[in-house]
Unconditional design. Sequence first.
Length: 359
Amino acid sequence: MKKYTLLKSTFRKFILKCIICTAIVIVLGYLFGFIVRIVLYTLIPSEGYLYFRMLYMSVFVIITWVICMIVLIYKQLKKVFSYITELQNASNQLLDKNIDYIELSPELREFETEINKLKHESEKNERLARESDQRKNDLIVYLAHDLKTPLTSVIGYLELLKESPDLPLEQRVKYTSITLDKAYRLEDLMNEFFEIARFNDTKIVLMKKNLNVKFMLEQIVDEFYPITNEQEKNIEINCDDKIVIYADPDKLSRALNNVIKNAISYSFENTTINISVEHTNGQVIISITNDGYTIPEDKLNSIFEKFYRLDDARNTQKGGAGLGLAIAKEIITSHGGSISAKSKDNKTTFTLVMPENEK
């Protein structure tokens, strides 16, 4: 936590002023009393008379000192209240979009820097939230539009099958197959809608236990066999049998599933996706590499934002809701790990770094 020196320096200055003022009052009072004593003793050589005169002089010095203290305290409080008022006005300007930079008194320079940093950060977060909402709204519109196409096809082919009971078996099988494909597409789109709702409304709660990383990866890869087999792609796993990680099995498998699915979707046909796992310095590093079009450098960080899709076009046949990598990042981060990506020469590698935390 950053320590602000304004209060300390203000208090020190106040104490110093009080000491200086007290010293000046005492010295001047003593000198003035000494002079008066000499003058009065010369004119009226009476010790009793001088005693009462000096008593009056002491009372005068004390009253003068009290008045000086009151003036110093008043000025100090006035300065403090002026700081508070200035900071209050600055806080009111945090949300004022017409003000680019909030200026404060030189004494409040350290607060000025922090307030402007907070202002710019809040404006940045607000802009990102608007962009995220806009992408989400656009995505929902796109998905709703894309729902019509397979639904229309399903209805059309079913009506055709109903109205033409004498269709040749070969043609009936063809129409049934097309209808089934469109129904699967509808299911995928509906799943994307549910994914959006689940991502926005749920909070990640981890139930950790020891997991064999290779065994988990093999299970996940087996689930993708129908897709990789159809696209003539292969997935190779390079992982030691003894690597164990302490994590939530459901959440971590979901994160890995999303990253591997992304690698499959955006890799070239007839290529191999390599998954390598290393255990070093108390960390488990999982690297997933695929051969596909190079991701531009300026978009490598954006691909982990929710509702962001690298292909801006409405290519929902290939791209999903733009949540897969965002969900993976949230899950990995909740485990205390990190996820990053690098892409060069038509090779993209996603690196997941997880703390071992074996128990």
